[in-house]
Design a protein around this ligand. Structure first.
Ligand code: NG6
Ligand code: CA
Length: 499
């Protein structure tokens, strides 16, 4: 009897040791390093995100691979730097699938370990074959052809047409008698109102771009007609995605699952639910942060209600840094007050300076990650792939995730070593490299400032070198003072580029 009991205890211990945790990756959009209260914001309070940090490890030196969405997501899901592949810049809303179906992606890799994978939220990696997506038919290839088992998507961004959800292979609630037409070249219905012609129909005015087809009282990038029954209501995004996440988690709770939960918040147009309107005092951008914080709290509750907290690794981070005015007159600048969305960092979304890619990151796993820790280790999102492969015991083969390295111990804070160096990409693909305290930005002919968004882009025709330990705000260019360091970092970057 005793032997049987001991054997049983042993087996269950072994099962626990080998058990594969669920992975929930909360990938926010355009959230700045300083936008959450645990990273120093006092103007806006994010108690649910802070709670995640209190229960886990908060990173001060974590980086997206790019200062814009599409390349960051491409790198995250493939483990290959997007700048190695043409055509991975900000994708139009009718782009075809950018990720080759022939490679083993992050979800494809997890599938080998028996995971069920879902993507819920913003996609922005293109859909469909060479001709682009067939909005009125079967939309493929897409997430299901690169390793996900379930998808519920904003196909591109909230500010791009078509303004409809795509679930697996089709548009949700589409009436076949009212087909969708989409064009990024010119109007598909010349008589339809647009933001440019009919500002009187808008509930939020564009500041630059975003003056084409009007949906839900907001004009967007691109033209669409039809699909009236399928059109989304931006104010319901957060709740809709949570419902889908709840269904997926509840259905798959006895399997290991990977949920890539890509919020629309806090991208433009910022139209949070009425529950949050006016609550931050910072206008729609601040209110969207409150909605994001609420979303994190609700997701946590779903995991807790399913008794999954001990068995779920939660990662919270952002695809790129902050931007205030990204194309709509939503008072983000006017109501900012003293809030420092980028923390002490210079630049912002689109920029080669730190605020473009240094992003919030929190990792929590009840009983596994020591709570309340702060990690200053340098971490790049390019390494999620190999680190999660290590966690789930999948061998990363020669042709998988060529740029990703295993930093699981850093991610879980068991042995927080920094990556040797990281590479960051700005909007115009200017590359920077950070090694130890030094950051080198390669010369670029791009503009110094994005006038529309009022962002310093970090472009200079000559080399830039900053000592991030004494000058995190990148104000003192030391390239002329330390030519040997410039030479070293330049050649390291060239070596990486030629791989
Ligand atoms: C820009 C849009 C901006 C945003 C961005 C993509 C204009 C003038 N600006 O081109 O509003 O949509 O693309 O953002 O159209 S991202 O976070 O998805 O990369
Ligand atoms: Ca983004």
């Amino acid at each position: 009897m005793l032997v049987v009991l001991l054997l049983f205890a042993n087996c269950s211990l072994l099962a626990q040791k080998n058990a594969k945790p669920n992975i929930v990756l909360i990938y926010t959009d355009d959230l700045g390093y300083g936008d959450i209260s645990c990273n120093g914001s006092s103007a806006i309070q994010t108690p649910n995100i802070d709670k995640l940090a209190k229960n886990g490890v908060r990173f001060t030196n974590a980086h997206a691979t790019s200062a814009t969405c599409t390349p960051s997501r491409y790198s995250l899901l493939t483990g290959q730097y997007a700048w190695r592949k043409q055509g991975t810049g900000i994708a139009p809303g009718d782009a075809s699938l950018l990720i080759p179906t022939t490679i083993t992606t992050l979800p494809g890799m997890l599938k080998k370990a028996g995971y069920k994978n879902a993507v819920i939220g913003k996609w922005h990696l293109g859909l469909g074959g060479e001709g682009g997506p067939d909005w009125n038919g079967t939309i493929a290839p897409g997430p299901l052809e690169i390793g996900f088992d379930y998808s519920f998507l904003i196909p591109a961004t909230g500010d791009r047409v078509p303004c409809v959800f795509v679930e697996n292979h089709s548009v949700v609630n589409l009436d076949k008698n009212d087909p969708i037409k989409v064009s990024y070249q010119g109007p598909v219905d010349p008589d339809a109102p647009t933001g440019a012609k009919n500002p009187e129909l808008l509930k939020m005015l564009p500041s630059h771009g975003h003056d084409q087809t009007i949906v839900n009282g907001v004009s967007r990038i691109g033209y669409m007609s039809g699909g009236k029954t399928a059109l989304w209501h931006d104010e319901d995004f957060a709740e809709t995605f949570l419902k889908k996440a709840d269904a997926f988690i509840t259905k798959n709770k006895s399997l290991p699952f990977f949920l890539y939960f890509a919020t629309h918040d806090i991208h433009v147009p910022r139209l949070p639910n009425e529950k949050f309107v006016g609550k931050s005092g910072l206008g729609p951008r601040g209110d969207a942060i409150l909605e994001l914080d609420w979303t994190v709290g609700e997701l946590y509750k779903i995991l807790s209600a399913n008794k999954l907290l001990e068995n779920t690794l939660i990662i919270f981070t952002s695809d790129n840094g902050y931007v205030l005015n990204d194309g709509y007159k939503d008072d983000a600048v006017e109501k900012l007050g003293n809030h420092k969305a980028g923390g002490v960092y210079r630049g912002g979304k689109y920029s080669a300076f730190e605020a473009g890619t240094r992003v919030p990151m929190i990792v929590s796993w009840k009983g596994k990650v020591v709570p309340g820790r702060i990690s200053n280790a340098m971490f790049s999102q390019i390494d999620f792939y190999a680190s999660l492969a290590e966690l789930t015991h999948v061998a990363v083969g020669q042709r998988m995730a060529p740029d990703s390295r295993n930093f699981l111990q850093t991610l879980l804070d068991t042995k927080p070593v920094s990556r040797d160096y990281i590479i960051e990409q700005s909007l115009n693909s200017t590359l920077s490299i950070i090694r130890d305290k030094w950051k080198y930005i390669e010369p670029s002919k791009g503009p110094a400032v994005n006038k529309d968004t009022n962002t310093e882009l970090g472009n200079l025709k000559s080399d830039q070198l900053y000592d991030l330990t004494i000058d995190p705000g990148e104000t003192n260019n030391l390239a002329e003072k330390y030519p040997a360091i410039v030479t070293q970092l330049k050649s390291l970057l060239e070596k990486e580029k030629s791989k």
